[in-house]
Design a protein around this ligand. Sequence first.
Ligand SMILES: *Cc1c(COP(=O)(O)O)cnc(C)c1O
Length: 393
Amino acid sequence: MSVKMEFLREEVQRLKDEGLYTNIRTLESPQGPWVDIGGKKYLNMCSNNYLGLCSEPRLCEKAIRYIELYGVGPGAVRTIAGTMSIHLELEEKLAAFKGTEASILLQSGFTANLAAIPALVNKNDLIFSDALNHASIIDGCRLSGARIIRYGHCDPRDLEAKLKEHQQHEGKKLVITDGVFSMDGDVAPLPELVEVAERYGVMVMVDDAHGEGVLGRGGRGIVDHFQLHGKVDVEVGTLSKAFGVVGGFISGSRDLIEYMRQKARPNLFSSALTVPDVGACIAAVEILGESDELVQKLWENGRYLKKELKGLGFDTGKSETPITPVIIGDEMTSKKFSARLFEESIFAGAIAFPTVPRGTARIRVMVSAAHSRKDLDFAVEKFALVGRELGIL
Ligand SMILES: *Cc1c(COP(=O)(O)O)cnc(C)c1O
């Protein structure tokens, strides 16, 4: 390896030495409650497939049907020739589901943040960002060039103090928060944040990636959960978690979406979502619109697992959602825990710095509506076994 590229190996070695190296597993089966890895079956406890829709036949059938009707690729960015009727169909269905006037699709949730934030604010403006916001929000904020002011995690009083401090600033101001914080499963105090932002006349944006399909009536998300319809200026969403496919979107007023169609750079310079993605997403929104059965099952599973793990003596943090962190602390122990679980047929990866703060490494357990009670009992039994073995219990 040439001298100028030596840093590549050095950095990867450093990650390994510090227990920060991610062992990336490969699935050989569809995403589901049980998955095949290396020719063996594992109970999957770490996907975002909240409702089990990733391999739901109705989604697959719609994807195939749409391929037959419309081909595969969009062939262009949305603003040139890549807008197909099916994109508009999904956008309308998403807006109706979220209870907003309009929506615009993007290629992913990550991209939706990179699209929305720089379109709204620039170097003359201020962003007030929750200290634990998702990496894609942070990157979107950086890309905008606006000055980023972090407020304490889920702390409307700190937000207010920061807004007050910068009251004289003449540019635009934007408050941004995750809806559900995915590493701890806690929920942003959106009513209080909105109330403070309203008083100071600043824009509010929420990224509802882990809220859609989970919070609110039938999984309509955090705005529905708090009955804040019309009070949140910008909602960002993803189609890759509970919806079970891939893609992102922005929802809000007709004016906001019209503006984004013209200004959001990933809409102008990156091609549209593919036909099967769109077909499958339409089926997912239809399923959610018809019944809240899957959402109910998800919550029931989440409550059960949390109760059982807590009962054993694990620290499951302060989650208010089906996300169930099992906080271990030390990075190396956390890795070992995950590796031992894997030997016991449980697939639940360790999450460490930089995804969570140093010293708070954890196994983040994700339940799904697709898990049976028997699956959950199997997981609890194995967590107990490994927890005792590693001296955590
Ligand atoms: C997962 C996640 C994203 C990224 O969504 P993708 O569709 O996977 O790109 C964005 N924001 C938050 C808060 C997330 O949890």
